[in-house]
Write a new protein. Structure first.
Length: 293
């Protein structure tokens, strides 16, 4: 930040509906799943009588403004955990960065190191930088969360798909190993999904079903990645965790047996509030990490 002294700074105007950098990125294309196999019936589920600790992690980012040499943006993360009936949280940030060519070269291996990036406008290079910084903070906080509780459930935002340059598989493997070491089960909730079946969003497969239920769609997804670097580190389900609630894609650590994976849904329903099908602990982590205008 000291390098900004004497330079022009242009703050960014924000509205109540314009908050995160993620919302500015163009939506990637949908993934069409083969529909040549019949779909199994959803499995009804209910809350387990036993309870366990629950911990959740989320990280958000926001662009603050522009300087003559780059962009200013901030990160903030939150860890929320529930033990018994009480919720606790800790936050990291805001952490503010000045993104310029020097930082770009230190984070991303660019083919032309002398190439200048126009940081005043969105570009794929800028987004890649932001994604890597955000993922670094999120992975660090996820590792902390996996050690904060034992014999519980760790809730993450997104999926357990890895193997891209910005989300290497070995990072996800390390988080899952740490969770298993402490007896924890990892679940990842996706608020949005690009998966489609028969030309419609795959979450529509639970349309018209009112009762809490889950649908194992893993066998539909695995054939889509036969020889790619992308790895599905979790078994993939569609889940409705409340009466007449919204459906979500949920990934559960693939190392767990199918029986234990199904039991994890019931254990979560018995251990945390599930409003509209979304765990309260993860919802609070999202709220506490999000920047407001």
């Amino acid at each position: 930040m000291r390098g900004l002294n004497g330079l022009g700074f242009k703050p960014r105007d924000l509205t109540e509906v314009e908050a995160t950098l993620e919302e500015e990125v163009l939506e990637p294309p949908a993934i069409q799943l083969k529909d040549d196999n019949s779909i199994e019936r959803p499995t009804p589920i209910g809350p387990a009588s036993e309870k366990c600790p629950v911990v959740a992690v989320d990280v958000s980012s926001i662009r603050i403004g522009e300087s003559e040499q780059g962009l200013l943006y901030s990160l903030r993360g939150a860890i929320v955990w529930r033990i018994g009936s009480s919720y606790n949280f800790t936050r990291c940030g805001p952490i503010t960065f000045h993104l310029n060519d020097d930082m770009a070269r230190s984070i991303v291996a660019r083919r032309y190191s002398s190439e200048h990036v126009a940081y005043s406008t969105w570009s794929p290079v800028t987004e890649r930088l932001l994604a890597r910084l955000r993922n670094s903070l999120e992975r660090w906080m996820q590792e902390i969360a996996c050690s904060r509780i034992g014999d519980g459930i760790v809730l993450l935002d997104g999926s357990l798909t890895a193997g891209t340059p910005d989300n290497p598989a070995f990072y996800v493997e390390a988080i899952l190993r740490k969770a298993r070491k402490n007896g924890n089960r990892v679940m990842a909730f996706s608020k949005e999904t690009r998966l489609c079946y028969s030309g419609r969003k795959i979450t529509r497969l639970l349309e018209g079903i009112s009762i809490p239920c889950i649908l194992d769609i893993d066998r539909l997804i695995v054939p889509q990645f036969p020889s790619t670097p992308v790895r599905l580190m979790g078994r993939v389900y569609l889940a409705k965790l409340g009466w007449k609630s919204f459906p979500f894609r949920v990934d559960i650590d693939r190392q767990l047996s199918e029986e234990k994976s199904v039991d994890t849904f019931s254990l979560l329903m018995g251990s945390d509030l599930v409003e509209q099908g979304y765990p309260e602990t993860l919802r609070l982590a999202h709220i506490l990490s999000t920047f407001t205008a």
